[in-house]
Design a protein around this ligand. Sequence first.
Ligand code: URA
Length: 438
Amino acid sequence: MVTWIEAKRDGGRLSDAAIREFVGRVVTDDPARRLEDGPVAALLMAILFRGLDDGERRCLTLAMRDSGEVLRFGRDAGRPVVDKHSTGGVGDKVSLPLAPLLASLGFRVPMVSGRGLGITGGTLDKLESIPGFTTRLERARLEAQVEELGVAMAGQTERMVPADRRLYALRDVTGTVPSMDLIVASILSKKLAEGLEALVLDVKFGGGAFMRERAAAEELARRLVGLAKDCGVRTRALITDMDTPLGRSAGNWLEVKESVACLSGGGPADVRALVVECAAQLLVETGQVADEEAGRARAGEELESGRPLERWNRLLMAQGADMARTASMLCADALAPCVGEVRAGRGGWVRSCAARVVGEVVRDLGGGRLTPGAGVDPWVGVDRMAKPGEKVAAGDVVCRVHGRDRGAVEAAMARMEGAFEVGDEPPPPRPDGSTEAR
Ligand code: URA
């Protein structure tokens, strides 16, 4: 181990055999072979400073993928196995309507997702606000459900990509999370373990995203796409704006509600557009339509048809949801004990709504977590958010805050007032949803 650390420290290259042995010894239960935290962390730090070349990155990613169970699906050229990954943001519920839409379009979708951390929401937390819905599916059940229903939405099992679990936990406490090479290997090892044929990535930039600058998001997208393709998965990336929250709601159950609205042919235009765009990219990448325009048309028509909503309901039933309770919860105006309205202090155009502030407010209301493993409150959050470009009159509601008690709601309302900028001019149009990394 010390030879590998010294080699990387001095700018050398790790052989494929060394990388595979390293990963094997990160996850082994054999006490004689298992590496201690110290040397593993030292190698991670050397990688952060010296980087990995294309071959090393590929080898590390594949070794991490193979450190545990890899999903396998039968060959079926007419039903490609696909998924989407987002680098995360505020109000980003795209996976919820997208997964049943993709299944309805004929794809097989083994969507293995994560939990939220900090201001970033997580698909699992959102799904778990649905009464009875289980995100714990064993491999055989997940594979069978994907073959039969076309879609399963679950958390990573203990046996999937154990190397990432240990390496990520060590990166978290050693300041080595920002290594682009380790980020790319971490994200892709988990996606590759789903046995995918094609993948669409949504790499976000802006105040509410992991990458603040567009250039950094583009670089991450390029690296993710390059490596995924190198590993045999057809991949495209969207680079999207996360200065403003996606949709009008942020908070676990509130986002489920907005997702169901999208599947019912309504919901905010930006959510719908991104859902359709992700599906269109996969339709093009798997050769089912000639170009993106045709992909958008096909995905849009499918979303309108009501079939994805029906698939969503079948997904909920397959994973144990209490359908009667879910239906009555969807009709309720609010489920949190206390709701407050934030009103515009002046009339004008909404120029911006700061995604970072909204994310922090939702987190502090209890909807997010500061440390991995902490619980989240499913009902709290923010909804009915005004969008940039909309005109408001003084006193109009620009959002509602859902909280556990009056004190929490009033504190959050004061912060949300500062999240909106209202001015005399409409905001300049922002470029969005480009498809630059292929
Ligand atoms: N998301 C991941 O899954 N891994 C990283 O390293 C960073 C973001």
